[in-house]
Design a protein around this ligand. Sequence first.
Ligand code: ADP
Ligand code: MG
Length: 559
Amino acid sequence: MAKKEFKAESKRLLEMMINSIYTQREIFLRELISNASDAVDKIYYKALTDDNLVFNKEDYYIKVTADKATRTLTIADTGIGMTKDELENNLGVIAKSGSLAFKKENEAQDGHNIIGQFGVGFYSAFMVADVVTVTSRALGSDEAFKWESEGADGYTIVPAEKAEVGTEIVMKIKPNTEDDNYDEFLEEYRLRAIIKKYSDFIRYPIKMEMSSRRPKEGEEGEFEEFKEEQTVNSMVPIWRKNKSELKDEDYANFYNEKRYGFDKPLKHVHLSADGAVRYQAILFIPENTPFDYYTKEFEKGLELYSNGVLIMDKCGDLLPDFFGFVKGMVDSEDLSLNISREMLQHDRQLKLIAKNIQSKIKSTLLSLLKDERDKYETFYKAFGRQLKFGVYNDYGMNKDVLQDLLLFTSSKEKKQVTLDEYVSRMPEEQKYIYYASGESVDRLEKLPQTEIVLDKGYEILYFTDDIDEFAIKIIASYKDKEFKSVSSGDLGIDSEEKDKEAEEKQSGNKELFEYMQSLLEGKVKSVKASKRLKSHPVCLTAEGELTIEMEKILKAMPS
Ligand code: ADP
Ligand code: MG
């Protein structure tokens, strides 16, 4: 059957998309500046392989100009420009990224700083503008074209005049409404602040004509206004800066600007190592689980730079799988720029860096656990499963690294507890760390087997995740206390008296038990008088190593 294409109300779709990605209007400026920077970068990378093309740094810049009289904001760049086709394809097709295509085509050359990849940033201009006009002349062409649109209703492209290669975007800023102020996007100082906030590390100068006042010559006490061109951005990458100069906000902006995620990082670590290997790194613990995190599609890794130039987008060797959620970058002057991926894997320096980073992540998580418990629990909700898999995988090789980071729901106030907290609260005579596993805490609380343990005043850990019990079996014991399922044969709390009572019941009602067993033939192994029921009439118990829950999971696994 022939497939039909989806139809969509493009205007609504565009609005929904933009509003769901961007919570703040002001970021349209970041998006357009990033595009401009990408456009300049493209000339830069072309010049690396094309001898006819010379890249003089001073010729390349981005210029932002506001004009209150015409209510226009203009962003011009001297970048690679767009042909008529490119205007059509890149600005006329939502979610199409010419920059991503460029990166793919030019993969051979190591190193690119190009930011674009989603093909949606440009449309954020419509959050603040009624009309957007893009005039562009592509590198190597003497024709220019003008693309114009009032939003998702459509666009026009007509020939235009443009003296220099590059792109100029003119936005007709929306009028103020009762609820919304758009005038701010025509104020020089406001614009400068936005650029500083989001685009400070753009590697090319972002220039603005700023108004200033100076004393009037010859006229005492009089001042005159004049315009002066300023470069607004510092261009120095954040990781080269001194930690003391940076605020949490700066790191969060970097995180968003870098597209590490659309969420806010829960925590950042800024490292500057000067030992056996020199490197700088900024690591982030994200707040939310990326949508593809627990799928095969997810690719862990940190950005790897050599002396400020990107070598690899996602260097997986820098992170162990169990810390695969960490985002960020590493810059090392001790790595060579033209090192190949295969060589990188065996690079001694890289291994050292990876080792340092692993222990730094662990100590960061531990301090989060200790000092910012709420944040840690948020983190654990998003990535705790990964830690438990980490314990289980690789034959438990990493359990020592991870066991102190685990949290489980405890019968005590149904709070999340660490193993250490559990053990430190154990009454002296308690022999085991008790747990119950099942579908949900609610159901586990009703489990007959828990009653006798709780009655003793012992805590029970409730395992509701498939992996929990498997991970715990690998850990086996914590601070010399073994783990014990409440549904296992011997709980270690039965008194002699109870044993005797059960035995008497068993032998005294032999026929009844045999009858019950015959009724349940093939469903249970045996029917016995239990020594650990209190208010419940019956419970299921497992014999041997595997608990009932584990058996269920193993049976459900594809063989
Ligand atoms: P992204 O930047 O994620 O690719 P955008 O929606 O921001 O997506 O931009 C779409 C595409 O339009 C870019 O990939 C690029 O090819 C092109 N583009 C946008 N702005 C410019 C510009 N100033 N100069 C040249 N090309 C641009
Ligand atoms: Mg973009």
